[in-house]
Design a protein around this ligand. Structure first.
Ligand SMILES: NC(=O)c1ccc[n+]([C@@H]2O[C@H](COP(=O)([O-])OP(=O)(O)OC[C@H]3O[C@@H](n4cnc5c(N)ncnc54)[C@H](O)[C@@H]3O)[C@@H](O)[C@H]2O)c1
Ligand SMILES: O=C(O)C(=O)C[C@]1(C(=O)O)C=C[C@@H](O)C=C1
Length: 323
């Protein structure tokens, strides 16, 4: 199966779009890359970085003649992007995306997709807290999962072609149901971000209320949370607006477990606290020893089959992790 595409159109060129452009070019997966963004300054930045071959503010122009189109904008922009590109899509093209929520994306895009176009939603489980065209790097997807959620109507050969594209950029690919994806990501990615946003907000409020230097003397545990809490506000707003049900369901479970911990602290239950912390330390160590700092374990893939990414590289780009 050929991995090659004639023309790749990227709608939105931030962290993920620019990483795809760099990785696809490096691996020789496409002849031409066309890039569309909403703002001229972003387009100019992408051109200065030589991310593509064609640059335009018109998404419809970018997708004309493209055999692979990947939407790389925040999820809230999908409907208007789709309406503007629908009539310009090339018959036979694969239409995909990289959005962090899949159920909502399927619901929004499906009714707008013209006949003859294969919609195969995707989600690379890789990222950083940085955004914009200059944040991308071609190794972002190396050793990371990419989840695809094709509907039953999609020809298996089309899904396989897109899967080969992601594999050629270094990812491992898994197909799954969009609802399952959203439930797993709610607990492994969305709630961790919510917790980080909350704790950093609480500390900042405390500092203001007590007029004391709480943040100045914060230890590195708190700083790890501030990395996550620095993630793009628009992207994360859209994730919580579109994965509401799964996030609320998982948040219920999370709150129960937090209450149990609260009780252990209040009652001075040392053994319970130690048992919990021993269990979580073992989970962290098993992820690190498998070299897979992603949600791979949550997809039930045995650790030993996970590829070993260059942890030093990941650490440098992710802003620091303990080993
Ligand atoms: N950042 C991550 O860690 C990460 C990881 C995996 C998936 N994702 C998903 O990838 C998508 C993009 O995230 P990112 O981190 O690359 O964001 P980003 O903010 O770095 O880039 C988004 C890009 O979309 C452009 N854009 C916004 N609205 C647009 C519109 N209407 N038309 C054309 N362009 C538009 C912006 O100008 C920007 O270039 C999101 O849907 C997000 O859920 C992000
Ligand atoms: O490493 C980070 O900074 C990320 O937040 C990446 C992360 C994640 O939660 O793992 C964030 C959202 C994406 O949908 C996928 C990956």
């Amino acid at each position: 199966m050929s991995v090659h595409f004639r023309k790749l159109a990227l709608i939105g060129i931030g962290l993920i779009g620019s990483s795809i452009a760099l990785a696809a070019k490096r691996q020789g997966l496409v002849d031409v890359i066309s890039i569309a963004t909403r703002k001229q300054e972003t387009l100019d930045e992408a051109r200065d970085l030589k991310l593509g071959d064609i640059y335009t503010l018109e998404a419809a122009e970018a997708v004309r003649g493209a055999d692979l189109v990947i939407i790389c904008t925040p999820i809230g922009a999908y409907e208007s992007v789709m309406k503007s590109i629908a009539s310009a899509l090339e018959p036979g093209a694969i239409l995909s995306d990289v959005g962090s929520v899949k159920g909502h994306v399927v619901k929004t895009l499906t009714p707008l997709v013209p006949a003859g176009i294969s919609l195969i939603p995707g989600h690379p489980l890789a990222g950083t807290e940085h955004s914009g065209p200059s944040a991308g790097f071609p190794e972002l997807f190396t050793g990371r999962w990419c989840v695809l959620t094709p509907g039953p109507e999609v020809e298996p050969a089309k899904t396989e072609k897109l899967a080969s594209f992601w594999r050629a950029m270094g990812s491992q690919v898994e197909c799954m149901d969009a609802t399952h994806h959203d439930m797993v990501l709610a607990i492994t990615s969305h709630i961790p971000h919510l917790v980080a946003y909350n704790i950093v907000g609480t500390v900042a409020d405390l500092e203001a209320a007590t007029q004391s230097e709480v943040i100045k003397f914060s230890a590195s545990g708190f700083r790890d949370f501030t990395r996550i809490a620095a993630s793009d506000p628009v992207m994360w707003r859209d994730i919580f607006l579109t994965n509401r049900d799964a996030v609320l369901e998982m948040l219920g479970r999370f709150s129960e477990d937090l209450s149990a911990l609260q009780r252990s602290v209040r009652t001075g239950d040392g053994p319970a606290l130690e048992a919990m912390f021993t269990r979580t330390r073992a989970i962290r160590r098993s992820i690190i020893s498998a070299g897979q700092e992603t949600a791979a374990a949550d997809f039930g893939r045995p650790h030993e089959t996970a590829p070993v990414p260059d942890i030093a590289f990941v650490r440098e780009h992710d802003g620091g992790e303990d080993a």
